[in-house]
Ligand binder design. Structure first.
Ligand code: FAD
Length: 341
C-alpha cells in the first residue's frame, strides 16, 4: 500500500492529483484485505486511467487492477471463447487475438486502457462495439465478496453505456472478460476511412491483420498520443437528438454531420458541433481542444483537472446556446461532478 501517491503516471490526461491510499492487485484473493483496509473511505478502481479526469486529490483508496492471463476456454466449428484477465492491456489483448487468427476485435485496435474497463462503457470504434463480441464477465461484488457472472443481456450495453455505469455503479470490480470471437473473419471496412486507408496500403483483400493496421494508421494520424499530449480520447458522447431538433439544426446548418439511429432519433457528431462552435484548436493557458479532432480535450502539460473540467463546461454551455442540446461527458469525472455544469 502506498500513501499520498501522485497519480500523474496513472492517468492519460497526465493530471498530478494525489491518491490518499493506493495499491495494485493481481489476484482476486487480495481484494478482501485491501477493501477492508479503509472501509469508510471512497474507493476507485483504476485500469489504465485513460477514461478518467481527476479534478482534485482522491481522498480515498485507489485500487489498480493488474489481473493478467489470457485463456482459450473452448471452441466450436465457428467460434472461440477467449477469457482475459481484467488487467491485461486492451491493445495487447487485441494483438494476441489477431496473432491467433481470432477475428472480431481488429477494428478496436489501439484503444488505450485495460480489458476490465472495456465493458464499462462498451468501448467502440470504427463500426464495432465490444457488445458485438462479448460473451460474459466475472465481477467481484464489493458488498458481499461474491463473484458474480454477467452475460451480455445483464450488462445492458448501450452507446458508451453499461449497467456498471448506471444501476450497478461502484458495486463491482470486473475481474475477467470472455469474448466470443470468430474463426472465419467477416471484416468490417465500411466505417470511417478504413477502406481508403486499405487502398493507400495497396490491400485489395483485407484480413484482420491489415484492417488492424489500417485502424492503427488512422488513429495515429488523428488522435494525440497520450504519452506526448495528455488526453482521454473523446471527451463527450455523440448526442442523440429528436428528429424535430435535428430538422431545426439542419435548417441553420445544412451541412450538419449526422447518423440516423431510429425513425425518431438522429445521432450528431459532437466533434462537428464543437468545431462549429469555434473551439477546435483552442488553446487556453494549460489545456485546450485538439486541432485535429475537436472531441478531444488536451493537457499541455501543467493543467489541473479542474481547468479541463471548466473548459468542458464552457463547451457544453456554448453548444447548448447554439444548438439547443446538452452534450454529455464521456470521461469519468473523479470525484464525480457529472451532474455539475
Ligand atoms: C487516445 C485515446 C483514444 C481513445 N479512443 C477510444 C475509442 O475509440 N473508443 C472508446 O470506447 N474509448 C476510447 N478511449 C477511452 C478509453 O480508452 C476507454 O474508455 C478504456 O476502456 C478505458 O480503460 P481504462 O482501463 O484506462 O479505464 P480507466 O480510465 O482506468 O477507468 C474508466 C472507468 O472504469 C472503471 N473501471 C476500470 N476498470 C475497472 C474494473 N476492472 N472494474 C470495475 N470498474 C473499472 C473506473 O473506475 C472508471 O470509472 C480513448 C482514450 C484515449 C486516451
Amino acid at each position: 500500500m502506498q500513501h499520498e501517491l501522485n497519480l500523474k503516471p496513472y492517468n492519460t490526461f497526465g493530471i498530478a492529483a494525489n491518491a490518499l491510499h493506493f495499491a495494485s492487485f493481481n489476484e482476486v484473493q487480495q481484494l478482501p484485505a485491501l477493501l477492508n483496509a479503509y472501509p469508510h473511505l471512497p474507493l476507485l478502481i483504476l485500469g489504465g486511467g485513460s477514461n478518467v479526469l481527476f479534478t482534485a486529490d482522491f481522498e480515498g483508496l485507489v485500487l489498480r487492477n493488474e489481473i493478467k492471463g489470457i485463456e482459450l476456454l473452448k471452441e466450436d466449428a465457428d467460434n472461440v471463447y477467449v477469457k482475459s484477465g481484467a488487467g491485461e492491456v486492451w491493445h495487447e489483448f487485441v494483438c494476441h487475438c489477431i496473432d491467433h487468427h481470432w477475428a472480431g476485435l481488429e477494428n478496436l485496435s489501439l484503444i488505450p486502457g485495460s480489458v476490465g474497463a472495456s465493458p464499462m462503457q462498451n468501448i467502440g470504434a470504427y463500426g464495432v462495439e465490444i457488445k458485438d463480441v462479448f460473451h460474459e464477465l466475472s465481477a467481484y461484488h464489493i458488498a458481499s465478496g461474491e463473484i458474480h457472472t454477467f452475460n451480455k443481456q445483464q450488462c445492458q450495453f448501450g452507446y458508451r453505456e453499461s449497467v456498471f455505469k448506471r444501476a450497478l455503479k461502484n458495486q463491482y470490480i470486473i475481474i475477467d472478460v470472455t469474448f466470443k470471437l470468430h474463426k472465419v473473419a467477416n471484416v468490417k471496412t465500411s466505417y470511417g476511412a478504413i477502406q481508403q486507408e486499405l487502398e493507400k496500403m495497396g490491400i485489395t483483400e483485407p484480413t484482420i491483420q491489415t484492417v488492424s493496421k489500417a485502424v492503427i494508421a488512422i488513429r495515429q494520424s488523428k488522435l494525440p498520443d497520450p504519452k506526448v499530449l495528455g488526453n482521454a480520447g473523446s471527451f463527450f458522447k455523440n448526442p442523440v437528438v429528436s428528429m424535430q431538433l435535428f430538422e431545426t439544426i439542419k435548417r441553420n446548418y445544412p451541412e450538419v454531420s449526422f447518423y440516423p439511429v431510429s425513425e425518431t432519433e438522429v445521432k450528431l457528431a459532437a466533434g462537428w458541433l464543437i468545431e462549429k462552435a469555434g473551439f477546435k484548436g483552442l488553446k487556453k493557458e494549460n489545456c485546450g481542444v485538439h486541432d485535429k479532432q475537436a472531441l478531444v480535450l488536451v493537457n499541455y502539460g501543467k493543467s489541473t483537472g479542474q481547468e479541463i473540467l471548466d473548459l468542458s463546461t464552457q463547451i457544453i454551455e456554448q453548444i447548448q446556446k447554439l444548438f439547443g442540446l446538452t452534450l454529455e461527458r464521456e470521461v469519468n469525472i473523479i470525484p464525480n461532478h457529472e451532474s455539475i455544469l
